[in-house]
Design a protein. Structure first.
Length: 219
């Protein structure tokens, strides 16, 4: 092989490497949704810190804590900003309680209609690309993307659901715009994939003397 041909091959290879290391093409909404599904379908459990902010009905509320997820169908939100406040999904029921409440609220998991329920797809229950009506994609800060759409079956309550997602499919935030103008935002940090989580974390025992009431969860 002549030196000229060798030089040309080297130059072409170098050009290909430079081209490949450049900025990747922006994925489509469906492509990114599939990346999210693939990322979380590989997991059996997840632990992350969260910040929850609510603005609506003349109120502003900000809380924080730790979120635990474990397949199949288990979830726990431990509110460290309000010690003792919990939301637990044990696979059969969802439980809601905060210190000072006069009752524990319980609802069947199959009937759950709560602002935390969009995260249930992380437990393998749904696929994002089929759960959002007319999904759209926009650029977010620090190289992230914002995947938005209207959740199917919740048109009367939620106007838009927006997921802040990294290029690899990790969700860093959720923003929920309700039909009445209220807005709830979740920010997630410190994700620990496949964290070792005790089974007891997903059991809820009502405090002594506090009755359990079946019904719809609080807004």
């Amino acid at each position: 092989m002549s030196r000229l041909r060798v030089l040309l091959i080297v130059l072409l290879f170098a050009f290909a490497c430079l081209h490949g290391s450049g900025q990747q093409a922006t994925p489509s909404a469906n492509d990114l949704a599939k990346r999210v599904d693939e990322h979380y379908n590989r997991l059996q459990s997840l632990k992350a810190s969260f910040t929850e902010q609510y603005d609506g009905l003349g109120m502003h509320r900000s809380e924080s804590g730790v979120m635990l997820l474990r397949k199949p169908g288990r979830m726990r939100w431990e509110y460290q900003s309000t010690p003792g406040k919990v939301f637990v999904l044990d696979g059969k029921y969802a439980w809601f309680y905060a210190p000072g409440d006069t009752q524990v609220q319980r609802i069947a998991a199959s009937q759950l209609d709560d602002l935390r329920s969009p995260l249930r797809f992380l437990l393998g229950h749904t696929k994002i690309e089929t759960e959002l009506v007319n999904p759209s994609l926009a650029s977010g800060p620090s190289g992230t993307y914002v995947l938005s759409g209207q959740p199917k079956g919740q048109q009367k309550r939620i106007a838009k659901l927006s997921l802040s997602v990294t290029a690899t499919g990790t969700i860093t935030g959720i923003e929920i715009d309700e039909a009445d103008g209220a807005q709830t935002r979740f920010i997630f940090t410190g994700e620990q994939p496949n964290a070792v989580l005790p089974e007891g974390a997903f059991r809820f025992v009502p405090p002594a003397g506090i009755p359990v009431v079946d019904g719809l969860p609080p807004v």
